[in-house]
Design a protein around this ligand. Sequence first.
Ligand SMILES: Cc1ncc(COP(=O)(O)O)c(C=O)c1O
Length: 473
Amino acid sequence: MEAGFRFAQLVETFRQQIEAGTLQAGERLPSVRSLSRERGVSLSTAFRAYYELEARGLVVARPQSGYYVRAWVRSEARAVPQPSQPQPQASPVSVSHALRTFAKGWVRPDLIDLSVAVPALSLLPQARLNKTVQETLRSLPDSGLNYEYSGGLPDLRRQVARHLALSGSLVEPDNVLITSGCLEAIGLALRAITKPGDAVAVESPTYYGILQVLERLGLCAYELPTHAETGPDLTALEQALTTQPIRAVVLTPSFSNPTGYAMPDAHKAQLATLLDRHGVPLVEDDIYGDLYFGKKRPRTIHSFCESGRVLLCGSVSKTLAPGYRVGWLASGRYHEAVQHARLMETIAPAPLVQAAVARFMQQGRYERHLRTLRATFQQHLLAYADAVRAAFPVGTRVSQPTGGFVLWVELPPGTLPVSALLEQALSQQITFFPGYLFSAQPQYANCLRIACGHPFTARYADGLRQLGQLAQP
Ligand SMILES: Cc1ncc(COP(=O)(O)O)c(C=O)c1O
């Protein structure tokens, strides 16, 4: 029998057994070796079958132990958060006060931190990066002490342009501007294409940092109904573009924060056409795009838009070093306006970290590191989501992202508002981001975002169990 056929047959048999409950949640599957012996398949076919079941979210791998049926594969437990239904109106944004209040309780080393979306330090190639910085320092002509060209170091812009090609985005290094992280890129882009008082369409819920940028620039947010798996409703966007004076759109189409949705390619193509038809620019936040769990890097909307109307933003904050503050902006037809906006803000980004990141990328280390990180985050998300499903009240809905490392959790009616849940959680040294910070409108009081950047240790498992207990009605 052909190996591909055996593989498909194995996967299908396990899928049916798991979904029918013949194999139960938490049950251990045969070891790869026994599977190979019992079913007469090669070890590599047995491995592939388990990888496939894992990628489909049916089983989880536990290091040094084997493969187990996930806790929530039955269809009723698979519920993802409901599509959002924000008010169809442009609202002034005012999140900074709530964020400041929240942040007071948040930066404490003793916390079980489910709030900040950063990779744990243990997942970063710290020793290698330190070495790279030292080598870079020796090779920089003036030790990086001087102001640099304000667009960023040419070496890094070249490396970024090469990296972006993996997402289908072909950009000239000269069109890339190096920024202090992705949020600065978004701010510069919006400053270049809007003026205070303008309305900007955003997904809902949307990353609170984007709302802060809108607030700072005096822009209004027009929130779009958004599906937790496929993203904004494009019919609603088209209607808004037709009936409202929307000046720009800001989206995170690959593993958005907080819902983790991944926009299908067909929607991306449709969106690119829509932008051209209405002559409206899109700021595309692609910060999580490299953290995909599937076979292929998702394409950017930028790669579908030939008219240069997409301003593509990214950074190494979620993948390599949040503290380096290295990001980028490929600004298409708005390059001059963006450069002008840059000169009005920071003079130039710091050369030392730019040169170090360029060197790390140029040596092929970034892509290698990403390969490991993606697999790690996939395991984190599966483990965290299982723990939430096991501990939280019946009827809780949890996102199922296919990339990134945050979960969006919607509590069922009758549970504590998340503001009260957060207070109780903080008294037990647990923190998370409350849902209401992800909108300019009063909504998502029954939602929370859980960041899964830390390995799922016993401490984090306990934290989620306690949080689930606190959320019980
Ligand atoms: C969607 C999104 N965009 C931008 C940022 C900020 O990125 P940076 O730290 O590179 O400015 C974050 C960080 O949480 C994010 O989640």
